[in-house]
Ligand binder design. Structure first.
Ligand code: SF4
Ligand code: SF4
Length: 261
């Protein structure tokens, strides 16, 4: 059947009208930053403290764009009579991102978790030689690596996390100030409060607690001239545990009588 003249134009106008009523999905980059998934393959970060220069990543890279230089270093024996050890010291670690095809093989094969994906992608250069990132720049990318996702509920804690947590707990216990002892005394005093004889508040404050430090012990300079025994409560003390001068107890010496005892 022959097409109706003008039907193609009507279809095209229908598509135009449909898209005109939809919301635009265009991101105004660079004014608006894209909302990327956290595991976006943007650039590779190097955590060089974990790198043992095993060369696995450089050997497995299909583009041969990882450059590693190292030398061996002798480590003295840890104990007398022990054997010296040798270890690899990293001299250079570079990735040429003008060759990299972002396959992620190097990150997958690294046995020591020294390489990570970062979602950062704004490192375009006008000179292609600047796309070879040396170890310092690769380390800078580590600050942009997102934290790993949370473990599933009930999952076994990873060994490295458990070890780090135990070490942190041990350090915190060693660095804890000995200020916990006075705190324990405070708690002991608070526990003694209900055992005191019940009565009016004046009587309770007049009864010095034998377990408490005596007034003369803590502040001997506060003793007045009429006080001859530092273990007796002082008149005029402002603390509620001290007897008041105007209401002495019958079984305790009055302020004026202490000097004669
Ligand atoms: S992502 Fe792939 S191509 Fe890029 S450095 Fe790693 S292994 Fe090589
Ligand atoms: S595989 Fe990992 S540990 Fe080995 S050289 Fe590469 S980054 Fe370093």
């Amino acid at each position: 059947m022959a097409p109706i003249p003008g039907s193609g134009l009507a279809k095209g106008l229908a598509v135009t009208l449909r898209t005109m009523t939809k919301k635009s999905v265009t991101a105004q980059y660079p004014d608006a930053q894209p909302d990327l998934p956290p595991r976006t393959r943007g650039v590779i970060g190097l955590f060089e403290e974990n790198c043992t220069v095993c060369m696995l990543c450089a050997r497995e890279c299909p583009d041969w764009c990882i450059y590693i230089d190292s030398h061996k270093e002798t480590v003295p024996a840890a104990t007398p009579g022990g054997r010296e050890r040798s270890r690899n010291v990293l001299d250079r670690f570079a990735i040429d991102f003008s060759l990299c095809m972002y396959c992620g093989i190097c990150i997958e094969v690294c046995p020591f978790d020294a390489l990570f994906w970062s979602p950062e992608f704004e490192y375009a250069e006008t000179d292609i030689r600047d796309l070879t990132h040396e170890r310092d720049k690769l380390r800078e990318w580590m600050w942009t690596v997102p934290a790993p996702p949370a473990l599933d509920p009930g999952a076994e804690e990873p060994k490295e996390l458990a070890t780090a947590r135990k070490t942190a707990d041990k350090l915190a216990a060693q660095q804890a100030p000995p200020a916990t002892e006075p705190h324990a005394d405070e708690q002991a005093r608070a526990a003694e409060q209900p055992t005191r004889p019940q009565g009016d508040s004046k009587q309770q404050t007049d009864q010095p607690n034998p377990d408490r430090p005596k007034p003369g012990d803590s502040a001997p300079g506060h003793l007045k001239s009429g006080d001859s025994t530092p273990d007796q409560p002082k008149p005029g003390d402002s603390t509620p545990d001290q007897p008041k001068p105007d209401q002495p107890k019958p079984d305790q010496p009055k302020p004026g009588q202490e000097g004669s005892e």
